[in-house]
Design a protein around this ligand. Structure first.
Ligand code: NAP
Ligand code: 8YV
Length: 323
């Protein structure tokens, strides 16, 4: 057992807990009857935090500051908006995330949401189960034919979605902070210009202050009455009140959402809308991908503790090898 103590504030997966516990002392804060007392008892020994999960535990500056000997925060998830990475960077603490290993499963869920929202698959399944097929046929629905998908955030997952969308014969356009060299899809410099040019808006950019409500009332109006919004990024990117109004008044056709502004709380108005498909943040939630994500956390810890540096540091905490 190495002298490198880790603290995990909230339970993530058994695979991760078991993998880390093999070589390190892992303090499981969620098991402590008095978490504050537990932190006081171990704070000087803790060299790294293991974070992750959905909206459950925020690794704030105040939380980080409790650990005087902290070297790293290993986050299970590619989106690390729950971690104050800027504070960590300013205090010489490395943050890692889990990019790349979840792209395909998240892209699958994005396409599933698009098909579900367009063809009303959950609604027609409910129609059959409730016995209504015995006395009638399910109404005709919208189609994917002839649509253009605007991808807001053409990164790793956005590109995996684009590959799938191409196979469905969708046209593709994108928005990001900059136009990408070597990408042939039409680029739009603002979210509203992208929304006006497409009838499927696929949101897959990072969360955080910079992207808060980047999809607002005006963007939804630009998407238009035949428009479908899919969000597999973070709830914070979409103004949920504006979205509810747009869905209720037919300003857009439908929405498929895997993420919510205040998840796991989902507004009743969204649940009541017949033109929504709502998932409980399951983009990466397969055994295969969650194991790959956990393994990447374990590999980052192993690389760090053996002095080789982090494998996947985030932009706010770049790693420079000094020797
Ligand atoms: P990525 O490779 O870093 O791609 C992010 C893309 O967003 C980039 O193309 C980037 O382009 C763009 N972007 C960044 N900041 C932007 C801004 N302010 N305005 C507009 N575009 C911006 O990330 P990824 O691995 O694809 O993951 C994307 C996000 O998906 C994650 O951050 C996470 O929140 C979410 N996610 C959700 C699930 C789920 O379960 N639903 C699972 C995994 C990830 P530029 O740099 O050119 O702007
Ligand atoms: C998980 C995610 O919700 O990677 C992300 O950004 O949103 C998801 O994969 C989560 O982070 C699992 O801990």
């Amino acid at each position: 057992m190495s002298e490198f103590d880790l603290l995990m504030p909230a339970f993530l997966t058994d695979f991760l807990v078991d993998g880390l516990s093999k070589n390190h002392t892992l303090h499981k804060l969620w098991e402590a009857p008095d978490p504050a007392a537990k932190i006081s008892a171990v704070k000087d020994r803790v060299r790294a935090l293991i974070s992750g999960g959905i909206g459950r535990f925020k690794v704030t500056a105040d939380f980080i500051a409790q650990f005087p000997n902290l070297e790293a925060i290993f986050h299970m998830g590619v989106g690390y908006d729950l971690v104050d990475a800027a504070y960590a960077g300013a205090h010489g603490i490395i943050v890692t995330n889990t990019p790349g290993v979840l792209d395909e499963d998240v892209a699958d869920i994005a396409m599933a949401l698009l098909l579900d929202a367009t063809r009303q698959i959950p609604q027609s399944d409910a129609f059959l189960r409730s016995g209504k097929w015995l006395t009638g046929t399910y109404p005709l629905t919208a189609t994917l034919r002839g649509r253009t998908m605007g991808i807001l955030g053409l990164g790793r997952i956005g590109k995996a979605i684009a590959k799938r969308a191409e196979a469905f014969d969708l046209k593709i356009a994108y928005h990001g902070r900059t136009q990408q060299a070597g990408v042939a899809y039409p680029y739009y410099a603002t979210p509203i210009a992208l929304a006006a040019a497409c009838d499927v808006l696929m949101v897959v950019a990072p969360g955080g202050a910079e992207t808060k409500h980047i999809v607002n009332k005006a963007v939804l109006e630009a998407l238009g009455p035949d428009g479908i919004l899919i969000n597999v990024a973070r709830g914070s990117l979409v103004d949920e009140a504006a979205l509810i109004e747009a869905l209720q008044t037919g300003k857009i056709l439908a929405a498929g959402l895997d993420v919510f502004e205040f998840e796991p709380k989902v507004p009743q108005a969204l649940i009541d809308c017949q033109n929504t498909v709502l998932l409980p943040h399951v983009g990466s939630a397969t055994h295969y991908t969650r194991q790959a994500m956990a393994q990447l956390v374990i590999d980052n810890v192993a690389s760090w503790t053996s002095g080789k540096g982090p494998l996947t540091p985030v932009a706010e905490t770049p790693w420079q090898r000094l020797n």
